[in-house]
Structures are given as C-alpha cells and as structure tokens.
Design a protein around this ligand. Structure first.
Ligand code: ZN
Length: 163
C-alpha cells in the first residue's frame, strides 16, 4: 500500500514540457551549440528535478554532449571522414538498385555516408539530468547539434520531465 501511495504522489506533481526549435544548418559536419536554448527550455518548464531529453528527429544528424572546442571538433570531423569517406560506394545512393523511401532530394545529392556516420554516432539524442532547475553538465560539456549531411532545414526537440 505504501508503494501505491508514493506512486500517486509522484504522478500528481509531475510536470512535462516540450520545445521544438528549427534551424538551417551550413552542412558538412557543422556543429551548433544549443546548450543555452536547452537550459532556457528547462527554466521555462518549471521542472527543478528531472530529466531533459534532447532529440534529433532526422536520420542524418544527431545531438551529442561534448566539448565545443575548435581543435577537437576538427579532429572528430577528420576521424569521421576517414571512417566514412564521402567518395566510397553507398547502396543507399545507387538509384539503379534503390527501391525504398524514394526521395528526390537524395537523388540530387547522395547521403549514404551521412546515414552511416549517424549510425556510428549512436542514438539520435541525449538525456541530461536536471537538478535545482539546472542541466547537470560537466565543466566543459555542451549540448551539440551535429549536421552530418548537406545544408538543410532541421529541427531539434527537447522534452523536459520531472517535478
Ligand atoms: Zn538518405
């Protein structure tokens, strides 16, 4: 019975807020620091203790937490390009073979390499703990939106849940 009462208390005080932000990226592994906007969404939500899930609803870009430092970002871009060269063969870009998810934009500019980079990077988003109304990021950690494809219109989402 004690467990049931505790569950009811949590449910009645839970808050949830959702923010969607649009941006136009420059393409070519551009990194956008979205930390302040995510922190703003947390403040706006009124959640003091909970979690912020920051998510990319795209298959060729992603959200990552890491350092916003030019040298490191250059190193990482070089690593990704070495692992997944743009000029290799990609079945995704072979219009003599491809029969699924036909997309006129992809026909103009293949992006098989961008999908492979996105898969290597892991999940499409990050979850960051929120405590006392603040994202619990480490000293050098920033929330980064990473474009793996050409210049495109994009969105990122944040869902803040807690109490
Ligand atoms: Zn594609």
């Amino acid at each position: 019975m004690a467990t049931a009462a505790a569950t009811a208390t949590i449910a009645s005080t839970a808050k949830s807020a959702y923010l969607e932000t649009r941006l136009r990226t420059a393409g070519g592994l551009t990194v956008t620091d979205i930390t302040e906007e995510v922190q703003g969404a947390v403040k706006e939500s009124g959640v003091t203790d909970g979690i912020a899930c920051i998510y990319s609803p795209h298959t060729t870009c992603c959200v990552r937490v890491n350092e916003m430092e030019t040298g490191f970002l250059e190193d990482f871009a070089n690593l990704l390009k070495a692992l997944v060269p743009h000029d290799s063969y990609y079945a995704h870009d072979d219009w003599d073979r491809r029969t699924e998810n036909i997309c006129p934009e992809d026909m103009d500019q293949g992006n098989g390499h961008s999908h492979c980079m996105a898969m290597l990077l892991g999940t499409a988003g990050e979850s960051v703990p929120v405590r006392d109304g603040e994202l619990q990021l480490g000293t050098w950690q920033r929330v980064l939106f990473i474009e793996l494809d050409r210049e495109r219109d994009r969105r990122w989402l944040v869902q803040v849940v807690g109490a």
